[in-house]
Design a protein around this ligand. Structure first.
Ligand code: ADP
Ligand code: MG
Length: 300
């Protein structure tokens, strides 16, 4: 594209809440035939909320909540925020203040899986099944059936393990964005297919995909795995766009021909992207493609 065309399009984009970084994205976006969407915070509202807490173990609800709060309080993950809010509410309901929760030691973030650390003399893990597998925490049939029931409802099961045993879980819901289904179906009518990649589990991911009309899903994918999926598609000769909001999407946003960061997002995602959709509205994916088409047709 000519510098003038790019400047015009960039200005137009900016006035509609789209930050376009340079001409390359504008030159590529109209060629896109496949768009890969992150799930959490991209297709979903990204404000997860806990709908229930279930306790299995000998711990009291109060102890359970306190250990969860300690482990999650350093996490930036939206799921962590939801779990914290609920655990605090629960423990105050059980008459206990959360002001003096023991601080976590040896805190670790496991991207796409959860968090862990020592709380007092106990080793606490909060996250998904993958996290439990990594730390050899067994998941018995009773826990397993709770998990699958939760996931079939499109909810995410946040497991809490204390000293190597699953002590309970929080069921987390994150509704899909109101425009998601409409946008996916419109893209389809433009001849553009949509794919979901997510770090979340298969059952929850599939349930969410069904709600928005996406048929192809890659779940339980870590940040580098997301980027690999993009590269696989590119290897088949496709021009691929990636839409994501999180730090965990950064490698994929970089790998894609057109990386779109959506929402206020994390700085890292914004940095990795070619286009930033500030309004946090999926319709702007379509607007960006239209803008690219217009820019390129003006040149030819
Ligand atoms: P997505 O790709 O859907 O944005 P992530 O890759 O960030 O999700 O995380 C994948 C999964 O890992 C989450 O759905 C959740 O089960 C688990 N997880 C990640 N971080 C945390 C955390 N801080 N607390 C609990 N669970 C977490
Ligand atoms: Mg996300």
């Amino acid at each position: 594209a000519t510098p003038t065309a790019v400047m015009v399009a960039t200005g137009k984009g900016a006035s509609q809440g789209m930050l376009i970084k340079g001409g390359h994205a504008l030159e590529e976006a109209h060629k896109v035939k496949t768009i890969v969407f992150d799930k959490t915070g991209t297709l979903t509202v990204g404000k997860p909320a806990v709908v229930s807490a279930v306790l299995f173990s000998e711990f009291s609800m109060e102890e359970f909540c306190h250990m969860t709060i300690a482990a999650e309080s350093n996490s930036e993950h939206p799921i962590a925020k939801a779990v914290l809010k609920h655990a605090r509410k629960l423990s105050s309901k059980y008459g206990s203040s959360t002001e003096h929760v023991t601080e976590v030691k040896d805190f670790e973030v496991h991207l796409g899986a959860g968090v862990g650390g020592k709380v007092g003399d106990k080793r606490v893990l909060v996250g998904n099944k993958k996290l439990m597998r990594t730390f050899n925490v067994p998941i018995g049939p009773e826990v397993e059936s709770h998990i699958s029931e939760t996931e079939q409802l499109a909810r995410t099961c946040v497991l809490v393990a204390i000293d190597g045993k699953v002590a309970g879980y929080f069921a987390v819901t994150d509704p899909v964005k109101p425009e998601a289904e409409r946008v996916i179906s419109f893209l389809h009518s433009m001849g553009i297919s949509s794919i979901m990649v997510t770090g979340d589990n298969w059952a929850t991911a599939t349930a969410i995909a069904r709600q928005v009309g996406i048929r192809k899903v890659f779940a339980e994918t870590d940040p580098l795995g997301k980027a690999d999926k993009i590269k696989d598609l590119q290897m088949k000769g496709m021009t691929v766009a990636m839409v994501g909001d999180g730090i965990n999407d950064s490698p994929a946003l970089v790998a894609a021909d057109v990386g779109m960061a959506i929402g206020t997002g994390t700085d890292i995602a914004i940095e990795a992207a070619d286009i930033v959709l500030v309004n946090n509205n999926l319709e702007d994916v379509i607007t960006a493609i239209h803008l690219s088409k217009k820019t390129m047709s003006r040149i030819r």
